[in-house]
Design a protein around this ligand. Structure first.
Ligand SMILES: Cc1cc2nc3c(=O)[nH]c(=O)nc-3n(C[C@H](O)[C@H](O)[C@H](O)COP(=O)(O)O)c2cc1C
Length: 387
């Protein structure tokens, strides 16, 4: 069984459609749960004014009945509450030329897809490119990833996230369950209260200077049996698939698995996780590998660290060229975020969940949730020790 999803929609368009295919029947999916993750995606000290204007109006169009999946494709619609204002600019059947011209973006922002999007698709200005390249589409991805997360929860797998750095102010990762929980509820994704004030100051300072910030965050998956993913072909390796999914989040420029870059400087004797006997099986005392060996889960916590670049739309814009006049100008200023790292973390959690749910579905298959869960439990049993 393969899971897949597709989306359609533009940032200021009518809304986003998300169609998910391959989910087994009998999975309880609550729209409230999807809304909860959408609300987390909108969080963050440093988000722009748009977050206050937009609401994620979510509806299910198919594949759910009485709160359970039927086995049919799932369809979700996220309506854009600002659509009427944008209709003259983006109407699929004909725009108002004056308003479309006024909303044209001819000063491409360095660090965004504006310029290359125009060159690639043959547009004279960047409105079409930026409408689809916008990170607003990550709301639709969050819907898909949350359904995957609900499936994983039904299999005993948990996905967590926490921000570990904003604008160069790094903090230590969460160490306790309470700290992970705090990070989940915090608007900064921060595991400890005392670390929030320096981050807020950093965001305020950037905003005052017309600047933007990036940062780092962690995504963790626990409760996984050994053996999801495979070394059998390059594209089945789960470390590559997870890194690819997280790098797909707009602005993410680095993904590290476990101790990642730090391992490069160590000798082999310090770098790997030795295997010890334990009652009824084996155990590890370290997790430098971040839960992945040979392209597969090894039964330990999967730990991924991401680095996000600063937001490209600056209050104090960078130099660029005007696409019509070819004159040197300052880049377009759109209302936007000073920092979106806490939101990017939520999107990354969703895409990590999606990737892991795909691996679980490929490995354990099943048309019904009970079949998938039964086979997943067998995998877990086998992982304890197969003699
Ligand atoms: C949740 C989220 C919100 C974002 N908000 C903005 C924004 O308001 N303005 C902006 O220019 N970029 C924003 N970005 C970042 C851009 O989408 C990203 O830097 C851009 O797509 C280019 O990144 P890429 O080179 O990785 O594609 C946001 C990213 C995420 C994940």
């Amino acid at each position: 069984m393969t899971l897949r999803f597709l989306t359609s929609g533009e940032s200021h368009g009518r809304g986003y459609l998300t169609v998910l295919e391959g989910f087994p029947s009998g999975l309880a999916v609550s729209l409230e749960r999807l809304r909860e993750e959408l609300a987390r995606r909108r969080r963050g000290y440093g988000r722009g004014a748009r977050m206050g204007l937009e609401r994620d109006v979510l509806a299910c169009w198919g594949g759910l009945r009485d709160g359970f999946t039927t086995g049919a494709p799932l369809g979700f619609v996220l309506e854009n509450t600002e659509w009427e204002q944008w209709r003259p600019v983006l109407d699929p059947q004909g725009v108002d030329p004056e308003q479309a011209e006024a909303r044209g973006v001819t000063r491409p922002r360095p660090g965004h897809g504006d310029l290359t999007g125009c060159l690639k698709y043959g547009h004279g200005e960047a409105r079409n490119a930026l409408e689809r390249a916008s990170a607003r589409s990550t709301a639709a991805w969050t819907v898909a990833g949350t359904v995957a997360r609900i499936l994983l929860e039904g299999l005993g797998v948990r996905v967590r996230g926490a921000v570990t750095g904003l604008g160069g102010v790094e903090i230590s990762p969460p160490e306790t369950e309470d700290q992970w929980l705090r990070a989940r509820g915090s608007e900064l994704g921060c595991p400890r209260e005392e670390d929030e004030a320096p981050w807020r100051r950093r965001v305020d300072q950037a905003r005052e200077g017309g600047q933007t910030l990036g940062g780092t965050f962690l995504v963790s998956l626990t409760g996984l049996p050994p053996g999801l993913g495979s070394f059998a072909e390059w594209d089945r390796r789960l470390d590559g698939r997870l890194a690819g999914a997280l790098m797909a989040v707009p602005g993410i420029k680095g993904v590290e698995v476990g101790d990642g870059f730090r391992l490069a400087a160590l000798e082999g004797g310090q770098a790997h996780d030795e295997i010890f006997p334990a009652p009824g099986g084996f155990c590890r005392r370290t997790n430098r590998a971040g839960g992945l060996e040979g392209g597969m889960t090894n039964g330990e916590e999967v730990l991924l660290r991401c680095a996000m670049k600063p937001i490209p739309t600056l209050g104090r814009p960078l130099r660029t060229l005007d696409l019509r006049t070819h004159e040197a100008v300052e880049a377009q200023v759109e209302r936007g975020d000073v920092c979106a790292v806490p939101s990017a973390c939520v999107v990354a959690e969703a895409l990590a969940a999606w990737t892991m749910a795909c691996a679980a579905a490929e490995c354990c298959g099943g048309d019904r949730m009970e079949e998938l869960a039964g086979r997943f439990e067998e995998l877990r049993e086998r992982g304890r020790w197969e003699r």
